[in-house]
Design a protein. Structure first.
Length: 197
Protein backbone atom coordinates (compact mmCIF):
# COMPACT_ATOMS: atom_id res chain seq x y z
CA UNK A 1 0.00 0.00 0.00
CA UNK A 2 1.33 3.44 -0.97
CA UNK A 3 1.63 6.07 1.76
CA UNK A 4 2.00 9.79 1.17
CA UNK A 5 4.25 11.83 3.48
CA UNK A 6 3.19 15.32 2.41
CA UNK A 7 0.11 16.61 4.27
CA UNK A 8 -2.21 19.18 2.75
CA UNK A 9 -2.93 22.07 5.06
CA UNK A 10 -6.04 24.20 4.96
CA UNK A 11 -6.00 27.91 5.76
CA UNK A 12 -8.40 30.83 6.11
CA UNK A 13 -9.39 32.70 2.97
CA UNK A 14 -8.92 36.40 2.58
CA UNK A 15 -12.15 38.31 1.89
CA UNK A 16 -10.67 39.69 -1.36
CA UNK A 17 -9.76 36.31 -2.90
CA UNK A 18 -10.66 36.49 -6.62
CA UNK A 19 -12.11 33.66 -8.68
CA UNK A 20 -10.73 33.20 -12.18
CA UNK A 21 -13.75 32.73 -14.38
CA UNK A 22 -13.95 31.38 -17.89
CA UNK A 23 -15.09 33.73 -20.61
CA UNK A 24 -18.81 34.43 -20.55
CA UNK A 25 -18.97 33.03 -24.05
CA UNK A 26 -19.99 36.38 -25.52
CA UNK A 27 -18.43 36.66 -28.94
CA UNK A 28 -15.97 39.44 -29.70
CA UNK A 29 -17.66 41.98 -31.96
CA UNK A 30 -16.30 42.10 -35.49
CA UNK A 31 -16.13 44.33 -38.53
CA UNK A 32 -16.10 42.94 -42.06
CA UNK A 33 -12.52 44.06 -42.65
CA UNK A 34 -11.18 42.49 -39.45
CA UNK A 35 -8.73 39.60 -39.81
CA UNK A 36 -10.58 36.33 -40.44
CA UNK A 37 -8.72 34.66 -37.60
CA UNK A 38 -10.73 36.78 -35.13
CA UNK A 39 -13.89 35.00 -36.31
CA UNK A 40 -12.41 31.50 -36.19
CA UNK A 41 -13.04 29.14 -33.29
CA UNK A 42 -9.44 28.23 -32.55
CA UNK A 43 -9.23 24.61 -31.42
CA UNK A 44 -5.93 25.37 -29.69
CA UNK A 45 -7.96 27.59 -27.36
CA UNK A 46 -11.35 25.82 -27.28
CA UNK A 47 -11.87 22.07 -27.27
CA UNK A 48 -13.96 20.73 -30.16
CA UNK A 49 -17.09 18.85 -29.20
CA UNK A 50 -16.98 15.54 -31.01
CA UNK A 51 -19.34 12.67 -31.69
CA UNK A 52 -18.71 9.13 -32.89
CA UNK A 53 -19.80 8.14 -36.42
CA UNK A 54 -21.72 5.27 -34.82
CA UNK A 55 -23.76 7.47 -32.47
CA UNK A 56 -27.43 8.03 -33.20
CA UNK A 57 -28.43 11.34 -34.76
CA UNK A 58 -30.73 11.89 -31.77
CA UNK A 59 -27.73 11.69 -29.43
CA UNK A 60 -25.82 14.10 -31.70
CA UNK A 61 -28.72 16.57 -31.60
CA UNK A 62 -28.88 16.35 -27.80
CA UNK A 63 -25.14 17.09 -27.63
CA UNK A 64 -25.59 20.18 -29.81
CA UNK A 65 -28.54 21.45 -27.81
CA UNK A 66 -26.72 20.92 -24.52
CA UNK A 67 -23.62 22.77 -25.77
CA UNK A 68 -25.60 25.51 -27.56
CA UNK A 69 -23.96 24.80 -30.91
CA UNK A 70 -25.18 23.71 -34.34
CA UNK A 71 -22.31 21.52 -35.52
CA UNK A 72 -20.23 18.63 -34.21
CA UNK A 73 -16.91 17.30 -35.37
CA UNK A 74 -17.24 13.58 -36.12
CA UNK A 75 -14.18 11.68 -34.90
CA UNK A 76 -13.44 7.97 -35.15
CA UNK A 77 -12.16 5.80 -32.30
CA UNK A 78 -8.57 6.87 -32.89
CA UNK A 79 -9.51 10.56 -32.75
CA UNK A 80 -9.16 11.10 -36.50
CA UNK A 81 -11.53 13.44 -38.34
CA UNK A 82 -14.32 11.50 -40.04
CA UNK A 83 -16.59 14.39 -41.00
CA UNK A 84 -18.97 17.05 -39.73
CA UNK A 85 -22.63 16.86 -38.78
CA UNK A 86 -24.90 19.87 -38.36
CA UNK A 87 -28.31 20.52 -36.89
CA UNK A 88 -29.38 21.32 -40.43
CA UNK A 89 -28.35 17.78 -41.51
CA UNK A 90 -30.35 16.20 -38.70
CA UNK A 91 -33.46 18.37 -39.13
CA UNK A 92 -33.36 18.31 -42.93
CA UNK A 93 -34.31 15.83 -45.61
CA UNK A 94 -31.45 13.34 -45.18
CA UNK A 95 -33.02 11.40 -42.26
CA UNK A 96 -36.37 11.21 -44.04
CA UNK A 97 -34.70 9.85 -47.15
CA UNK A 98 -32.86 7.18 -45.13
CA UNK A 99 -36.05 6.23 -43.25
CA UNK A 100 -37.83 5.72 -46.57
CA UNK A 101 -35.03 3.96 -48.45
CA UNK A 102 -33.80 1.70 -45.66
CA UNK A 103 -37.11 1.29 -43.81
CA UNK A 104 -35.67 2.24 -40.43
CA UNK A 105 -36.95 4.34 -37.57
CA UNK A 106 -35.50 7.80 -37.01
CA UNK A 107 -33.89 6.65 -33.75
CA UNK A 108 -31.91 4.01 -35.67
CA UNK A 109 -30.20 6.48 -38.01
CA UNK A 110 -26.52 6.91 -37.24
CA UNK A 111 -24.29 9.97 -37.59
CA UNK A 112 -22.15 8.46 -40.38
CA UNK A 113 -25.26 8.01 -42.54
CA UNK A 114 -25.98 11.74 -42.80
CA UNK A 115 -22.74 13.53 -41.92
CA UNK A 116 -20.63 15.33 -44.47
CA UNK A 117 -17.66 12.97 -44.82
CA UNK A 118 -14.07 14.16 -44.56
CA UNK A 119 -13.42 13.98 -48.31
CA UNK A 120 -16.28 16.43 -49.00
CA UNK A 121 -15.39 19.10 -46.43
CA UNK A 122 -13.30 21.42 -48.65
CA UNK A 123 -11.36 22.94 -45.73
CA UNK A 124 -9.60 26.29 -45.61
CA UNK A 125 -5.83 26.40 -45.14
CA UNK A 126 -4.75 28.17 -41.95
CA UNK A 127 -2.01 30.04 -43.85
CA UNK A 128 -4.67 31.53 -46.14
CA UNK A 129 -6.91 32.37 -43.18
CA UNK A 130 -4.06 34.33 -41.61
CA UNK A 131 -4.13 36.70 -44.61
CA UNK A 132 -7.92 36.82 -45.13
CA UNK A 133 -10.62 39.11 -43.76
CA UNK A 134 -13.99 38.28 -42.21
CA UNK A 135 -15.52 39.49 -45.49
CA UNK A 136 -13.46 36.89 -47.41
CA UNK A 137 -14.76 34.08 -45.20
CA UNK A 138 -18.36 35.22 -45.62
CA UNK A 139 -18.01 35.40 -49.40
CA UNK A 140 -16.46 31.91 -49.53
CA UNK A 141 -19.14 30.38 -47.32
CA UNK A 142 -21.87 32.13 -49.28
CA UNK A 143 -20.49 31.02 -52.65
CA UNK A 144 -20.26 27.40 -51.50
CA UNK A 145 -23.67 27.52 -49.76
CA UNK A 146 -22.11 26.31 -46.50
CA UNK A 147 -22.86 27.18 -42.89
CA UNK A 148 -19.51 25.91 -41.54
CA UNK A 149 -15.94 25.41 -42.66
CA UNK A 150 -13.00 23.73 -40.99
CA UNK A 151 -9.49 25.14 -41.07
CA UNK A 152 -6.47 22.85 -41.42
CA UNK A 153 -2.94 23.74 -40.37
CA UNK A 154 0.15 22.02 -41.76
CA UNK A 155 2.65 20.26 -39.54
CA UNK A 156 5.82 18.27 -40.25
CA UNK A 157 6.75 20.68 -43.08
CA UNK A 158 3.42 20.21 -44.83
CA UNK A 159 3.41 16.42 -44.75
CA UNK A 160 0.46 16.24 -42.37
CA UNK A 161 -2.44 18.47 -41.40
CA UNK A 162 -4.55 18.82 -38.29
CA UNK A 163 -7.85 20.61 -37.67
CA UNK A 164 -6.92 24.01 -36.28
CA UNK A 165 -10.24 25.82 -36.35
CA UNK A 166 -13.85 26.13 -37.39
CA UNK A 167 -15.86 28.94 -38.95
CA UNK A 168 -19.61 29.18 -38.35
CA UNK A 169 -21.68 31.64 -40.36
CA UNK A 170 -24.17 31.90 -37.48
CA UNK A 171 -21.37 32.80 -35.07
CA UNK A 172 -19.93 35.33 -37.51
CA UNK A 173 -23.39 36.87 -37.84
CA UNK A 174 -23.63 37.27 -34.06
CA UNK A 175 -20.18 38.85 -33.98
CA UNK A 176 -21.22 41.30 -36.68
CA UNK A 177 -24.42 42.11 -34.79
CA UNK A 178 -26.69 40.39 -37.29
CA UNK A 179 -29.15 37.59 -36.75
CA UNK A 180 -28.49 34.77 -39.21
CA UNK A 181 -30.62 31.68 -38.55
CA UNK A 182 -28.51 28.55 -38.16
CA UNK A 183 -30.82 26.64 -40.46
CA UNK A 184 -30.95 29.39 -43.05
CA UNK A 185 -30.20 28.67 -46.66
CA UNK A 186 -28.51 30.96 -49.14
CA UNK A 187 -31.11 33.64 -48.32
CA UNK A 188 -29.42 34.01 -44.94
CA UNK A 189 -26.68 35.90 -46.73
CA UNK A 190 -28.99 38.59 -48.14
CA UNK A 191 -27.99 41.08 -45.46
CA UNK A 192 -24.35 40.49 -46.25
CA UNK A 193 -24.88 41.24 -49.93
CA UNK A 194 -25.43 44.93 -49.18
CA UNK A 195 -22.48 45.14 -46.82
CA UNK A 196 -20.09 43.27 -49.08
CA UNK A 197 -21.06 45.32 -52.11
Amino acid sequence: MTTYAHKLKSFNLDANTPVYLLSSGKPVMLELDDPAIKAMTDLQQVKAITVSPDSSIEFAMELMEHAGIRMLVVADQSGKLAGLITARDIKGEKPLRIMTQERVKRGEILVHQIMTPRDQLNPFNFRDVEHASVRDVIVQLRNSCRQHAIVLEAQDNGKNYFVRGIFSITQIGRQLGMDIPGDGHVQSFAEFEKLIA
